[in-house]
Ligand binder design. Structure first.
Ligand code: ZN
Length: 255
């Protein structure tokens, strides 16, 4: 079994610390070093790996400092290795490696950036997906195409429904407010949003989420919803067309 700690940093980033055994502790997307070092000390864990999902500075900013201090190995996307500071090991889609007694599978999920990977822990059914799928939302398409982003989301959608989704930002409330404009009659979305509002009022994190809940309530995984298609006047359009429309609307949404 792995144990996972959440480290909230900056305004809305989540760094994840994963311990599998004495020899295996990884940090996912470390933006800044100090809170990671503090959490390692608190748990008496020795950092052995950095997992980077993509090159953005709020995911790699602490790479070099943590590597200097701990001599850990940095793992990142092969398709974008030049932009990952201090990278040691490059992985591509379907590569697997052992981490304690877990097997971690790499998924290429480009779109937000040219190279973006997710780390999927088979046994624990835990997905670390950076800025691709968010709770009730998805990442902006900065460097890739809409088609790449949609294909990446479909890959995630096809994982086991119980998968826990560890994304890299607390955007859930704003995402949900947008989702309600796209699919206002979705009862499960309304119920989920009530829970999200209560949690955020108390300062409680809404991440990780469960993949099944995303499939049922996240509009970016639901271009096949008849309600959404009607709302967008895109009945009978392809999933990619509907997804693209939702993404463009979100880009200009001020909720
Ligand atoms: Zn990013």
């Amino acid at each position: 079994m792995i144990s996972i700690k959440q480290i909230p940093v900056l305004s809305d980033n989540y760094i994840w610390l994963i311990n599998a055994s004495e020899e295996f502790t990884a940090v996912v997307d470390p933006a800044i070093p100090d809170p990671v070092i503090d959490e390692l000390k608190k748990n008496n864990w020795k950092l052995t790996h950095i997992f980077n999902t993509h090159h953005h500075n709020d995911h790699t900013g602490a790479n070099l400092e943590l590597k200097n201090i701990t001599n850990c190995k940095i793992i990142g996307p092969k398709s974008d290795f030049q932009r990952i500071p201090g990278i040691d090991i490059c992985y591509k889609d379907k590569d697997e490696f052992s981490f304690g007694n877990e097997t971690v599978r790499i998924m290429d999920i480009p779109g937000h950036t040219k190279g973006h990977i997710a780390f999927y822990f088979n046994k624990s059914q835990a997905l670390f997906c950076g800025d691709t799928l968010f709770a009730l939302g998805c990442g902006r398409v900065f460097e890739g195409t809409m088609e790449q982003m949609w294909d990446s989301l479909v890959k995630i959608k096809n994982l086991p429904k119980e998968t826990k989704v560890y994304c890299a930002h607390e955007y859930t409330l704003a995402n949900g407010n947008f989702a309600l404009t796209i699919e206002p009659e979705n009862q499960k979305l309304k119920i989920r949003m009530n829970e999200v509002i209560l949690k955020r009022e108390k300062g409680i994190s809404t991440v990780p989420s469960i993949l099944l809940d995303e499939i049922e309530t996240n509009p970016f995984l639901r271009p096949d919803s008849i309600e959404i298609q009607k709302k967008l006047s895109l009945v009978g359009s392809s999933d990619l067309e509907v997804f693209t429309k939702i993404r463009l609307l979100k880009d200009s949404f001020r909720g």
